[in-house]
Design a protein around this ligand. Sequence first.
Ligand SMILES: Nc1ncnc2c1ncn2[C@@H]1O[C@H](COP(=O)(O)OP(=O)(O)OP(=O)(O)O)[C@@H](O)[C@H]1O
Length: 340
Amino acid sequence: MSDPAYLSLEKLRLSYGDTVAVEGLDLAIGKGELVALLGPSGCGKTTTMRAIAGLLSPIGGTIRLDGADITRVAANKRQIGLVFQSYALFPHLTVFDNVAFGLKLKGITGNALREKVEAGLKSVGLANYAARKPPELSGGQQQRVALARSMVMEPKVLLLDEPLSNLDARLRLDMRTELQRVQAETGVTMIFVTHDQAEALALADRIVVMRDGRIEQIGTPEDIYNRPVSRFVADFVGFENVYAVRDGALHAEKGRVPFTGTLPPVAGLAFRPRHVELGAGPLSGIVRGVSFAGGTREYVLEAAFGMVKAEADAALPAWSLGEAIAFDLPLAHAAPLERD
Ligand SMILES: Nc1ncnc2c1ncn2[C@@H]1O[C@H](COP(=O)(O)OP(=O)(O)OP(=O)(O)O)[C@@H](O)[C@H]1O
């Protein structure tokens, strides 16, 4: 990340008619960075991408790329590539002609065209598939053709909207690696949209968590995973037990958690299920759910203050439904929240 503001969004405001979808968005992305926009459905991820691509005109704010104000520059003049979740390949054209399509529009022909297309296909591991047509390819291969088609245009920024969402779990993992490799080899700046936290954590240099058209938190995957700033982010990255801190006490949905230690001056505390200590401690709950999850067993406990999600090594003897368990929420493992 050499230049922290290769692409910058400043006070960006985006709407569909009277509906404001994105409000006051500030974001600076460095050259060569791989940034994930993460958030639930409807939080404004795609809308933000459409504005960066030039497919939606902002009602306020500025977009700068490589030192130039591109807020009002037409989409096809921005040098920004776009890969959508539906690959939108031309089914009747060969893989070669699909990848060549945009280059031809730019007037590139002959050997120069062939070399670029072949290099593009090689970069996504499809050098031997040039003569096939999209229906003769797997979903993952089609996705890679779409990636090659964007990459050969040598975009300054590549936008990927849910690029892996149509792939099965196995292909998804392969494509994650593929995206990281292409990004590392070409150094292209990439922004991708996902509502899958595992995907964002695995791929991104930085994650932008969005909520209701605003940014809730920006940080490295480690920041987001270990130090969520709010209940919203904590929920999103798997802290299933989130409590508010008020008047020196811990508050859950149904009342106070009878916590004896001194609480830090924060707005909330979040505990991952695997950090709930089962079998001993000052708290107690009845087992209302137990499920085997491979290496661990997941428990839902009903305590007086509400439900608690816990996890224990599957090698340990299992507690049964209806059994009462003592447990502890160890402060040492809690993530402190700046905002509830
Ligand atoms: N064409 C449209 N006309 C009116 N409102 C729209 C339009 N497209 C999106 N919206 C609204 O704008 C808001 C943001 O939508 P957006 O598609 O950016 O969300 P998203 O985070 O990408 O969601 P998803 O993960 O479901 O794709 C939502 O409230 C949505 O209903």
